[in-house]
Write a protein that binds this ligand. Structure first.
Ligand code: 13P
Length: 311
């Protein structure tokens, strides 16, 4: 059942968080929906412009609609992640539940103007809007921001931004970064800044991008089977995620963790069985481990068992 993030956030604020998982492939969609159904956990299915370029927007939409039939108990929202105006308009026309306009790299006034224009369009169709203020470092799809260009969200600007744009949720820069190399300066998640933002925007849903955990064991195994990931690959701990929920984080974005799993499963499979070339066996294994990882993630975020309570 597709549902608005507005309802999800109203239910979870301060108590648990919704995993928002970026999907590019059929295996990831199976893994996500089967985990959500198994755990009775609400989820947000996220589609990026890069995923649309890769698989095609229609293909992704078709797969999500099929998954909703295959796993009928799943409670989910369909969200456009890191969109610009063209993607947003297409997603609005395709009846996504929500869209993100990412104008965070522009100056404050331009970000306000672009976000407000999207909010005005989306709200006419009851589609909710996530915006971003502050800049995260790291690599995601074709965006690559080095640490010197990243900056934290300013709490009083965040309030002004929400008041002026009417956006429904706000992605904040509080120390996380996209990709497998977070916290390279060793600072970790900045709960103090998150608290300042929550004080300015009490009860308002905040979004944490760059929330993958980057499991050390996966990194070691990828490298064992020929990968070359750097030693300092690291992510957000379970404890940091749990703490963030108390400061208004309602949506936790995850892409890297299931990409690392993809690399691990396929590297291992073909190194151990070099005579095989069929996609089905590693594909099945990948769906299985994606499901397991996400079941655990829902548990960490406190979302297990919450879907049926919402409907
Ligand atoms: P990770 O790279 O930590 O998985 O973050 C993904 C993300 O924030 C998508 O918007």
């Amino acid at each position: 059942m597709m549902i608005s993030p507005k309802i999800l956030f109203k239910n979870c604020y301060g108590k648990y968080a919704i995993a928002a998982v970026n999907v590019f492939t059929m295996e990831q969609i199976h893994g996500l929906f089967s985990a959500a159904e198994y755990s009775d956990s609400p989820v947000i299915v996220q589609i990026t412009p890069a995923a649309r370029n890769y698989a095609h927007a229609e293909m992704l939409m078709g797969m999500v609609q099929a998954a909703a039939k295959i796993y009928p108990k799943t409670v989910f929202a369909l969200h456009l992640d890191h969109g610009i105006e063209d993607h947003v308009i297409d997603a609005i026309n395709k009846n996504y539940s929500s869209v993100m306009i990412d104008a965070s790299h522009d100056d404050f006034e331009t970000n306000v103007r672009r976000t407000k224009a999207v909010v005005d369009k989306a709200h006419k169709k009851n589609i909710v809007v996530e915006a971003e203020l502050g800049v995260l470092s790291g690599v995601e799809d074709d965006i690559d921001i080095d640490a010197s260009h990243a900056f934290y969200t300013n709490a009083s600007q965040a309030k002004e931004f929400v008041d002026r744009t009417g956006c429904d949720s706000l992605a904040v820069a509080v120390g996380t970064s996209h990709g497998a190399y977070k916290f390279s300066e060793g600072k970790g998640l900045q709960l103090r800044i998150l608290k300042e933002i929550q004080d300015q925007l009490p009860g308002y849903p905040l979004v944490l991008h760059g929330s993958s955990s980057v499991n050390k064991k996966d990194v070691i195994e990828i490298n064992h089977f020929g990968g070359k990931l750097a030693e300092n690959a690291s992510g957000v701990t379970d404890e940091e995620l749990r703490n963030a929920i108390g400061y208004g984080i309602c949506k936790v974005n995850i892409a890297t963790d299931i990409r690392l799993l993809w690399a691990k499963v396929h590297r291992k499979f073909f190194i151990e069985q070099p005579e095989l070339f069929d996609p089905v066996l590693p594909g099945k294994e990948y769906m299985k481990v994606c499901k397991e990882l996400l079941i655990n993630k829902f548990e960490v975020l406190g979302a297990t068992g919450k879907a049926s309570l919402i409907i």
